[in-house]
Design a protein. Structure first.
Length: 165
């Protein structure tokens, strides 16, 4: 068996999270095991070729959120479904220098999803040249600033634009 990474999502309402993933990303529920008190002790949902694992947080645990990137076939439709399912737009849709189109949303349970569609193959030298074009510099700045704002840092510059070497 080859190495595989699976992400755990710890949630205050795993059933609601599974509903969101099913609706927005066409997730296929694989398992949902209840605890004696009616919570979710273990759940699995498949999105494309990936399986996400989830369970309910204990009441005294701190709130946690995950940041995930998901590649989709139709980013525009997926983004609309996310918003219709209660997600907040964090980063508006834009085109990247490396050939992806996407944006970020925060689901109703606090997880941040970078919803992406690969739209073109870009050679490394073209990508490097694009990174210094104002359009792509603005996209990177917006991606950093909107995430920073969403995470509550209020303008603290936590990152700088990438430099191609």
């Amino acid at each position: 068996m080859s190495e595989t990474v699976q992400t755990w999502l710890v949630s205050r309402d795993t059933r609601r999270l599974l509903d969101f993933i099913s609706t927005v990303f066409r997730g296929e529920r694989l398992a949902c095991i209840e605890t004696k008190d009616g919570g979710v002790g273990h759940a699995e949902i498949r999105v494309g070729e990936s399986t996400l694992l989830a369970f309910d947080a204990q009441p005294d645990w701190p709130d946690t959120f995950s940041m995930l990137r998901v590649f989709v076939d139709d980013v525009e439709a997926t983004f609309v479904r996310a918003v219709e399912a209660g997600a907040k737009v964090v980063t508006p849709m834009s085109d990247s220098a490396w050939g992806d189109r996407g944006g970020r949303v925060r689901d109703p349970l606090g997880n941040i999803w970078w919803v992406v569609q690969h739209v073109e193959d870009v050679e490394p030298d073209v990508m490097a040249a694009r990174m210094s074009e104002p359009r792509y510099e603005d996209m990177m700045r917006m991606a950093q600033e909107t995430l920073d704002s969403e995470l509550g840092h209020g303008g603290h510059k936590w990152s700088s634009p990438p430099v191609m070497s």
